[in-house]
Design a protein around this ligand. Structure first.
Ligand code: S3P
Length: 169
């Protein structure tokens, strides 16, 4: 079984995913890191040099390369489930965990490291709440198709691991 962690930028997918993998005794991988390794350059550089569309092609390809993995928790980029049939593909290859955070918490977290994120490059701090609200509105229908919807402020990775183990038994 593989688990795909999905959710908005800043929802803590990598941290939560890593903790979940440890609690399950699984491997952990992050698709953004796989993209950086494959391309030999950072995500902002890919956006700048090739544009978002090419980034989505690379992301989709990298995601599909996880089919060969077993017993792995895979943290994905915030846009991954919303493009190119990636959601249906992930659902066919594992179970999905959506880390659902409310807008105010996302804003607080994203304000702190806005600079590293190409999607937020042209969004001023003033416009950030509106951007989060609107983008989350567009993406929510994808995110909510996850098998598990978790509030990471109220459920830690160890507790979720227990639920998942019980479900597997
Ligand atoms: C993106 C989220 C990023 C990264 C890219 C695009 C998005 O990942 O894949 O910058 O469209 O939401 P994180 O969610 O890990 O920040």
């Amino acid at each position: 079984m593989n688990y795909y962690i999905i959710g908005f930028m800043g929802s803590g997918k990598s941290t939560f995913g890593k903790e979940l993998s440890e609690a399950l005794g699984y491997s952990f991988i992050d698709t953004d890191t796989m993209i950086i390794e494959k391309e030999g350059r950072g995500i902002p550089d890919i956006f700048e040099e090739e544009g978002e569309e090419e980034f989505r092609n690379i992301e989709s390809e990298v995601l599909r390369s996880t089919a060969k993995l077993e017993n792995t928790v895979i943290a994905t980029g915030g846009g991954a489930p919303c493009y190119k049939d990636n959601l249906a593909w992930m659902k066919a290859h594992g179970q999905l965990v959506y880390l659902k955070l409310f807008e105010g918490e996302l804003e607080k977290r994203l304000k702190a490291d806005k600079e590293e994120r190409p999607m937020l490059k042209d969004v001023s701090e003033e416009d950030l709440p509106g951007y989060i609200y609107e983008t989350l509105r567009q993406r929510a229908a994808y995110y909510h198709q996850a098998d598990f919807v978790i509030d990471p402020l109220n459920m830690d990775a160890r507790t979720l691991a227990e639920v998942l183990k019980e479900q597997q038994a």
